[in-house]
Design a binder for this molecule. Sequence first.
Ligand code: NDP
Length: 287
Amino acid sequence: MTARILDGKALAAKIQNELADEIIEFIENNAVDPTLCAVLVGEDPASEIYIRNKRKACDKVGMESRLHRLPSDVSQEEMLKLITRLNKDNEVHGILVQLPLPPQIDTTRILCAVSPHKDVDAFHPENVGRLVQGRPRFLPCTPYGIQELLIREGIETAGRHAVVVGRSDIVGKPLANMLLQHGRGADCTVTVCHSRTADLGAITRQADILIAAVGRPQMITAEMVKPGATVIDVGINRTAAGVVGDVDFASVREVAGAITPVPGGVGPLTITMLLKNTLRAAAEAVG
Ligand code: NDP
């Protein structure tokens, strides 16, 4: 069997077109420009690329974007002052703090300082708590993109065994929580694996839906996948051979029923969901 390719890039373009229409309508109805404000500290090349891509995506859907650059030696106090100012700025609806932050900054403190109403990455404890309780304000962007992909590609989730490899606060944990909730793109039986999991392959082979969010190039091999399973590859690993995922695409596509490529799978959806969250924040702000 050769797996169906789940084309995240095409789906992201489709959702961005929908968003562009929604934004035009929103501006007409409210005379307010939905605005995403990014905060970038220092000159990390990967962060620069992410920020550039986010700005490009904003332009594409007609969303206002702002960027605050801070020097790499900025103090925590200065950074907190900026966040407080942005929290109060009625023209800013979403605040994105680009990670990682330099060592003198307490990342948790900064993320907790962002107003939960503008926390479009859904990192604030209030938003994480709401997610766990099944009444989310914002869904974290990468898990949101994955869930949207499962729904729109018609992949049944109810009653299926989803195995999430990785337990980060950004991907693994929130995704596992979302798949566990009641409703569309959820109602899964969920298992979460991590670096201390014993006999990983024995667990991944049980997955109807296998999600790899590890950060280890091509670690999920064909023997670890149940024939016909849906395989979602979150990994972005820069290697000498280029960008590869956490899944050994060439071998796994011969076993899986459906699979996301890297690049062109989950990545483009993540940015798109950030824009969706920002529009939602703007809608909440205008009441
Ligand atoms: P983290 O490094 O924060 O988490 C990695 C997780 O993988 C940890 O829970 C870790 O376990 C687990 N892990 C590590 N080694 C193993 C192993 N041998 N077996 C099983 N589990 C293991 O990474 P992120 O969640 O932030 O990101 C994961 C990947 O996804 C990265 O490649 C990243 O670049 C990519 N990414 C892609 C995005 C996109 O938009 N496509 C967005 C965000 C991330 P433990 O907790 O025990 O250490």
